[in-house]
Structures are given as C-alpha cells and as structure tokens.
Design a protein around this ligand. Structure first.
Ligand code: HEM
Length: 412
C-alpha cells in the first residue's frame, strides 16, 4: 500500500527554517502546528534530507532506539567540514564505542566530584549577584550567566580563568553552527571556515594543556581525572581525552548559560512563581526543571535513520535524518496537563531537555547544581528583577541562545 506523503506546512520548499529570524525569535507557531496537525514534516531544499518530529512519544522513541536512530552522522561530509578531532567524540558514536568512552568519562562526573565544585559555584554566583546589585543596568548574559558558567567550566577543566574570552569566542562560533548544516540550503564557506578555525585552535590549545596536566596531574579538575582513570584495565588515550575535553567545553558552556538566563526571564514572566520561590526555596529545583522544560537550551537534536521507519502513516526511508524538537515535546498536551503553564508545584513527566537513553546528558547533574546555586543566591538577595530590553538572539534557532539582554536587579 502506498504511504501517505509527508505534509508540508508551506509551499516555499522549507516548511520552517531554524536559521531564519522569524523562527529564531518565535518558534512556537511551528512547534504547535507539529503538535496538533503535522507530527511529521519533511523539509525540502536542505543540504541534507531531514524530517522533523515533535511529539513527546515520537522524540522519546527515537532517543531510546539507538540501533535504528543512530548518533553517527551518516549524512555529513566530515572531510568537507574539516572538523578534525572535534567530531571524534562519543556524543557522535553508538554503542559499543559510545559505551566504553562514556563509561570512562563518567568517572569525572561522580556526585562527589560535582559536589567538590559547589564552593566555586557559590563564590562566583555571590560575586556576580553583588556586581549586578551595584549596577543601574547590566547585560544579563555577558556580565552574569556567561561569566558564571565560563568560570565554572574553566575550573572544572583546570583551564586558566583569563582564557575566558577565547572560550567565549569558540563557544559562540560553534553555537552559531551547531547542527546548522542540516538546515543550510547551500554550502556556506564562511560557516565552514569559522568552524574549522575554532576546531583547530581548540585542538592545539587542549593538546598543550593536556600535556602539561599529564606531567603534573591536579586532583581538582575533571581532565586530570580522565587522564588517570582506569576501568577494567582500560584508559583513555591522550587523543580521546583531547576530543572529550572539546566536547565538554562545547556541550556544557552555552547550554548552562542559556538555562541561567532563561531562569531569570521566567522569574520575570511568572512573577507569582518568583514570589512563591521566595517563600518556598524547597521548590527551587522544581522551578529549574520547569525552566528546562519550557525553555530547553537545545531546542532540537538530530539522529540518522538506519532502517525504513514510519511515523503517523508517513514513511521515513533509511538514510534520512530526523530532527527531534525537544521544545515541542516538552509542551506536548499528551504528556503534560497545562503544558504552557510554569508551575513549580506540579508533578510533571520528565522533560527531554537533557535527552534520554544512552546519550542522556552527562553534565546534567553539574548544570542543575550550577543553576540551583545561582537561583538560591538570586532569591536570597534580589527583591525585584526588571528586563530593560528585548532579548537579542543568536542566528541559529536550533538552540535557545540569548546573546544579550539588559536587566536591573534591586536588592532588599
Ligand atoms: C542546561 C545545560 C545542559 C543541557 C540542556 C544539555 C543538553 C544535552 C542534550 C540534549 C544532550 C544529548 C544530545 C544528543 O544525544 O543528541 C547532551 C549530551 C551531553 N552533554 Fe549536556 N547539556 C547541558 C549541560 C552540560 C554540561 C554542563 C556538560 C559538561 C560539562 C554536558 C556534557 C554533555 C555530554 C558529554 C553529552 C554527551 C553524552 C553522550 O553522548 O553520552 N552537558 N546534553
């Protein structure tokens, strides 16, 4: 029997375009249409063939079934992208290669290891909030959330804090290009060169850094742990630690910055919840989960389809990619009562902002700790928050990245 052809929302070729300003600033119409009417959207005109999925059950199914939905990028021309070691890490591998490297890397993310970074997080959060309270206005991203997360990631990886401008530059370039190749209509040499420059600079940087750490291991950072960890007689090679270091830097910095920025925005947009949390600090962790659910730092992720599959009567042949819209899944009325409402008091199904399955975010505990410490300090010292400008967003709608937003904090 012939399969129904995939519905297209618009006749312009691309049903919606994550690199287009309208979508970047307001992706919800496309998400809502995916949740209600068009659960499978085939995008035409992109460099790589890609289908979008939106519903919680569909996104969850794909993330759990790694045999059919592979993390290995079958449609990328890696030589053309010239990404060097940046693509040789376990986020882009399937089991069993993935399992071995992830299990090794997990040694650096034990609860005790993360707990040991708590005083650093508290120190930076206190410093940044004290700073903010002395300003009549400040940029919430560059002066607060990005400084907090960069301060943390440099400590965690044992990098000099004064290298933070370099790290911001790398994360900005990589964020602009994260999964962008799936949406481009033609090859973009400027993007490709930017990515190639950053990956080569990062590789040189970490190569030198790891050699120093290998000579003089330090106990208080994750890379030293990874260099010395042994599991069933196996160790990471220096090259594997190098690519894991790049992965940690890129996966952990921008995402956590977005979470903290968006937590502040949520406190402004839902003032009743801000007041509630001041009275009920025990709800802070739930409020962070609500922020992650409604404002996922990564709006989507991607998988390669390795066998012919079908969703809602639509065939997706092997060889295509599927874009999984976490942003939509987290607001699926089939999974959540009152999905658009932010309420830290509600028991909610687990959101998919850290994914699920074998690639569940390795840094979730760390990101939650950073956000919790920040929120505790905020609620203790800040009585009022005002947002003084509209958020300026990056030019890649795959992530929920705000690059600047003027704010004012008033203390008690
Ligand atoms: C709020 C902050 C964060 C969010 C929303 C987030 C989100 C995600 C998501 C969605 C994935 C799965 C990607 C996929 O398989 O397609 C992932 C994986 C990963 N994340 Fe995070 N992340 C955050 C913070 C961090 C931090 C702080 C680190 C470490 C410093 C980190 C390290 C990783 C690593 C290593 C993976 C790959 C795991 C694997 O492939 O097994 N993340 N993250």
């Amino acid at each position: 029997m012939p399969k129904a052809s995939p519905p297209l929302i618009s006749s312009s070729g691309l049903a919606f375009d994550p690199l287009e300003r309208g979508f970047i600033n307001d992706p919800m119409p496309a998400m809502e249409s995916g949740l209600s009417e068009y659960p499978v959207v085939m995008h035409e005109g992109t460099l790589d063939p890609v289908y979008s999925l939106f519903r919680y059950a569909d996104v969850q199914r794909v993330l759990l079934d790694w045999e059919i939905f592979s993390s290995e990028p079958i449609n990328w021309d890696l030589d053309a992208l010239n990404l060097g070691r940046a693509t040789e890490n376990f986020i882009l591998m399937d089991p069993p290669r993935h399992t071995r490297l992830r299990t090794l890397a997990q040694q650096g993310f034990s609860p005790a290891q993360i707990e040991s970074f708590l005083p650093r997080a508290e120190r930076i959060a206190q410093d940044r909030i004290s700073y903010a309270l002395t300003q009549s206005s400040f940029d919430l991203v560059s002066k607060l959330s990005a400084q907090l997360t960069t301060g943390m990631i440099t400590g965690i990886l044992g990098l000099p804090l004064e290298d933070w401008p370099l790290i911001r530059d790398w994360t900005n370039v990589m964020q602009r290009n994260t999964m962008a190749s799936f949406w481009l209509k033609e090859w973009d040499e400027v993007r490709a060169q930017g990515v190639a420059r950053v990956t080569s600079e990062m590789a040189d940087y970490f190569h030198g850094h790891l050699k120093r750490l290998a000579r003089q291991p330090q106990e208080d950072n994750i890379l030293s742990v990874l260099l010395t960890t042994e599991l069933d007689g196996e160790r990471f090679t220096l090259e594997e630690v190098e690519s894991t270091a790049m992965l940690l830097l890129l996966a952990g910095n921008e995402t956590t910055t977005n979470l903290i920025t968006n937590f502040v925005r949520c406190m402004v947009h839902y003032p009743d919840q801000f007041e509630l949390l001041k009275q009920r600090p025990d709800l802070i962790e739930a409020a962070i989960e609500e922020t992650l659910r409604l404002e996922p730092p990564l709006r989507m992720t991607i998988r390669s389809v390795t066998a012919d599959v079908e969703f809602h009567g639509t065939a997706i042949p092997a060889g295509n990619s599927v874009a999984l819209w976490i942003l939509a899944a987290n607001r699926d009325p089939e999974a959540y009562d009152q999905p658009q409402v932010f309420d830290a008091r509600l028991e909610r199904a687990r959101h998919l902002s850290f994914a699920t399955g074998p690639h569940f975010c390795l840094g979730a505990r760390l990101a939650r700790m950073e956000a919790r410490v920040f929120a505790q300090e905020l609620l203790k010292h800040v009585k009022d928050i005002e947002l003084l400008s509209d958020p300026i967003r990056s030019d890649n709608g795959v992530s929920n990245t705000i690059v600047s937003l003027d704010a004012r904090f008033t203390g008690y």
